[in-house]
Design a binder for this molecule. Structure first.
Ligand SMILES: Cc1cc2nc3c(=O)[nH]c(=O)nc-3n(C[C@H](O)[C@H](O)[C@H](O)COP(=O)(O)OP(=O)(O)OC[C@H]3O[C@@H](n4cnc5c(N)ncnc54)[C@H](O)[C@@H]3O)c2cc1C
Length: 504
């Protein structure tokens, strides 16, 4: 038993855990973070291979624009000071082979003109879609997280409703339709095929995609130069400077409980650490059913974990390319004329990201390309640990590279490094259920959870809290950081302390 006499133990040094640690230290609590990996950041990560940095996370970070929603929180966490962001004026391109290209401009005016050029027959629909994007440019998403839901009284809900009032109509209209269903309303066959590829997944509510375009247009959804791990490291630095302690390679096996009160944690190496409170900032399912042995679950929790799904699992093939691709667009989804089978599923499109917009990620004159696909977790899980798992990774990346030849002729000969991350890689390195990248799958049917939230405490268990992407549906780096901020605000309230923040 380690007699650490700590106020708060935090499980996981992902963004939510690091943020909770920073705010706790700002408020005079002594904290320790236990992290199973040897790095901070969790899902917010990148990896260095032979001089190339492959980013595994942030495409767009809300809060990258000074004075805009979420920015102040990043300042408190020391994550934006001196940091450059790349703000793109287009989200993605969707291209037919030797045919049309949809350029998803973030500027609603430009997008409207472009879409109408592509399909004058869909003019009415396009006008209404772009009007929706304009409405969301004024939408402050951080309002939904500004105060811990547990502390919200009737007055706070009234205040929130008042602030949300102007957006209720667009939210009702665009929150209830998926990108895939929206596409079916178009007359133009190319747009019917291209629209579902505009955002991260086909069943995403259109409202979520619109908000992203709106934030991009406001220059508040940029890419942090230096990539996601560098970004996470700046929050780790802030935490350490505030006096926090992180223990890496320290996987928590069990939360210690006495008289239905959390009193510390036990690691896999059998070391035990005591604290007044425990915050779990890691996988929700693992926390409830493994770290707590399934003893503190009510019907609501059971329904959640039995009835809802994590976001689609991901396959990421990262390529170090000995060629300067800076003249090429930064993100294109290519619609294929012939479907191909990859990882057991028929694919009609592939999505390729070109990271030349950040010159720090590849040696001079070289480039990083990343191909991303949704993939079946079960497919990879079945073969994991067997020889075929490695063979399969080589085979699937080979098929993708052959496909790339068509769009970047001669590229095969220029590829000098290939790295494959499957859902098993995400699961192994972060412990997330099915390697989930954002927690729950957000669809028009689960959107309500984003607003109402998921409880951060468990029935009949005292001094224990949960934060991060499994209790903040939709996940994302700013929302989970806010989750860490909110829990400390709640703990300060429990202890009759004023919640304070500082900016370094
Ligand atoms: C490919 C990809 C793209 C993304 N794109 C974006 C984007 O563009 N913008 C955006 O805002 N967000 C994006 N996200 C989502 C975002 O990264 C996550 O929602 C967020 O980082 C989750 O943070 P977290 O702290 O909740 O959890 P995690 O990052 O999962 O952190 C949990 C930590 O706990 C540790 N841990 C787990 N179990 C234990 C244990 N038993 N003991 C000790 N430690 C443990 C893990 O190792 C991990 O470090 C993306 C994610 C991915 C993977």
């Amino acid at each position: 038993m380690k007699n650490s006499s700590t106020d708060i133990i935090i499980i996981g040094a992902g963004i939510s855990g690091l943020a909770a640690g920073c705010y706790a230290q700002m408020n005079g609590y002594r904290t320790q973070i236990f992290e199973m990996h040897n790095l901070p950041g969790g899902l917010c990560t990148a990896w260095n291979r032979k001089g190339y940095i492959f980013d595994g996370c942030i495409h767009y970070l809300f809060g990258s624009g000074k004075g805009q929603p979420f920015y102040e929180m990043w300042e408190e966490l020391g994550a934006v000071q001196g940091r450059q962001f790349v703000h793109h004026d287009e989200l993605i391109r969707v291209s037919e082979p030797e045919g049309k290209t949809l350029i998803v401009y973030s500027d609603p005016k430009r997008l409207e003109e472009h879409l109408k050029e592509l399909s004058p027959a869909d003019s009415g629909l396009i006008t209404s879609f772009c009007k929706g994007i304009r409405a969301f440019t004024r939408f402050d998403m951080s309002l939904l997280q500004q105060k811990p839901k547990a502390l919200m009284g009737i007055g706070d809900w009234w205040w929130l409703s008042g602030r949300l009032l102007p957006f209720l109509a667009p939210m009702a209209k665009w929150g209830r339709i998926s990108a895939e269903d929206f596409a079916k309303r178009f007359r133009d066959p190319f747009l019917r095929r291209a629209i579902p590829q505009m955002f991260a997944w086909k069943d995403i509510p259109v409202m979520v995609g619109m908000s992203l375009l709106a934030y991009m247009h406001n220059q508040n959804a940029g890419f942090p130069v230096g990539a996601s791990l560098e970004f996470a490291r700046s929050i780790e630095k802030r935490y350490l400077e505030l006096g926090g302690k992180v223990y890496y390679n320290s996987q928590v096996e069990r939360v210690l409980i006495k008289n239905h009160t959390a009193i510390g944690v036990r690691l896999y190496n059998n070391e035990e650490y005591r604290s007044d409170r425990v915050i779990s900032a890691c996988d929700g399912r693992g926390t409830i059913f493994s770290l707590l042995g399934g003893e503190y679950v009510d019907e609501e929790m059971k329904m959640l974990y039995d009835g809802y799904f994590p976001i689609h699992s991901q396959l990421q093939v990262s390529l170090g390319v000995n060629r300067d691709l800076s003249g090429e667009p930064h993100w294109v989804t290519y619609l294929l004329d012939q479907p191909v089978i990859i990882a057991g599923e028929e694919r009609r499109e592939i999505s390729v990201k070109n990271y030349c917009f950040d010159s720090s990620l590849a040696p001079a004159g070289k480039s990083v390309l990343i191909v991303m696909l949704n993939t079946s977790y079960d497919y990879w899980q079945r073969i994991y640990g067997r020889k075929i798992y490695n063979t399969e990774q080589i085979q699937e990346s080979g098929i993708l590279i052959d496909l790339l030849e068509k769009f970047y002729p001669g590229i095969k000969a220029d590829i000098e490094y290939t790295d494959v991350a499957t859902p098993m890689s995400y699961e192994r390195y972060t412990g997330n259920w099915q390697g989930s990248s954002c927690g729950w799958l957000l669809t028009k049917d689960t959107m309500w959870m984003m607003i109402s939230g998921i409880p951060k405490t468990l029935p009949k268990l005292d001094n224990f809290y949960m934060i991060g992407q499994w209790v903040e549906p939709g996940g994302s780096v700013p929302v989970v950081a806010m989750s860490g901020r909110n829990i400390i605000q709640q703990i300060c309230h429990e202890d009759d302390r004023n919640f304070v923040v500082t900016i370094p």
